[in-house]
Design a binder for this molecule. Structure first.
Ligand SMILES: [Zn+2]
Length: 60
């Protein structure tokens, strides 16, 4: 079993294809801003959103 990887992204919408020969058809994942991360259901990669200061959705 391959160890799962974590990727930091700067967008709530990420495209994942698993990467390389062991990949999967490209899927688009939407990160819930309240959760801040999402796990790809195909390859179990974890995408953690890292928004720049001021971009984070917050209550006013
Ligand atoms: Zn994936």
């Amino acid at each position: 079993m391959k160890s799962f990887e974590t990727f930091q992204v700067q967008s709530l919408d990420v495209a994942c294809d698993g990467g390389g020969a062991l990949g999967h058809p490209k899927v688009y994942l939407h990160i819930d801003p309240d959760q801040g991360s999402i796990v790809c259901p195909y390859c179990s990669r974890t995408y953690v959103v890292k928004l720049l200061a001021g971009q984070k959705k917050s209550a006013h």
